[in-house]
Design a protein around this ligand. Sequence first.
Ligand code: SAH
Length: 345
Amino acid sequence: MNTKKDIRALSKEELRDFFVKEGDKAFRGNQVYEWLWVKSAHSFDDMTNISKETRAMLEENFVINHIKVDAMQKSSDGTIKNAVKLHDGLIVESVLIPAKNRTTACVSSQVGCSLDCRFCATARLKRMRNLNPDEIYDQVVAIDKESRLYHNRPLSNIVFMGMGEPLMNYNNVLKAIDKITSEEGLGMSPKRIVVSTSGVPKMIKKMADDGVKFKLAVSLHSAIDEVRTSIMPFNATFPLADLREALQYWYLKTKNRITYEYVVWKDINDKQKDIDALVEFCKFAPSKVNLIEYNPIDDGEFQQASNQAIDKYVSQLEKNNITVTVRRSRGKDIDAACGQLANKS
Ligand code: SAH
């Protein structure tokens, strides 16, 4: 176990204060901060404009905890999955998803997950701990590098749809996004970031109050409490009425429309009453529906609904002026698709 402090847990201000206390200039803090966040230095010795003595002093006081891409798998469709080793040996997964004009990073926010969605492989892993802001940030940096290397362009989009529930690690996710969007980090636009949640009402309201600029996606999967609770048991604690109220609050405050992620499963939510409930739910706040393909994780308890059932969803949503897209999965052959992240390797 390392007892030295992780230097990247310090804010720029804290770093500046540290140097002042050490009898140095506050400006030294800016220089080190730039090495840590803009230049992604992995060791104090990389910091060539800092004196040898200062580097040795830093070495005595701090560590730079970096993630390590432990294994990389490439899918036939260009998707890349990274198994990412953290400083304490735990592993999370992140995914690079290339499309025609963009590259999306799908990143994890927790090691494992405390929610219990019955169709999701990650739910079978115990939640071990939250990721630190730098561990989230580093996943993005790693994928940006891979995007430049294998696809000749920088990363363009980020989705928090990897392992974990981002709103149950809200502070660290927010700090990571601050860094990602800051000019002292990656300088990405928050409009290109989507935080996906199973729907924690209190935290959705908090996000709205905090004036966040990224986009919100909610994994809805059913707009009927009974059905939703049967596939996402935590819905018993956070029922749809509370979720709906929080989403209305979100829209009033941010004026940002909400995306609902939705899988249509055979015999679970493929009936007319399911469509009717979704259409009603969508009327509460401007929204869009993403019908996503089911990625099988088990013995067939859950099965993707028929194409007819999905077409019916599409036509009825459209008839009600609700934008709907049908999204195909990527990276299935390497277990990198939604809900398949489970540290198999
Ligand atoms: N906890 C967050 C983010 C992680 S899951 C959330 O729930 O939104 C990212 C998306 O993948 C969610 O919409 C989730 O419902 C969906 N998903 C989970 N398992 C899946 C599976 N086997 N097939 C397709 N989508 C799945």
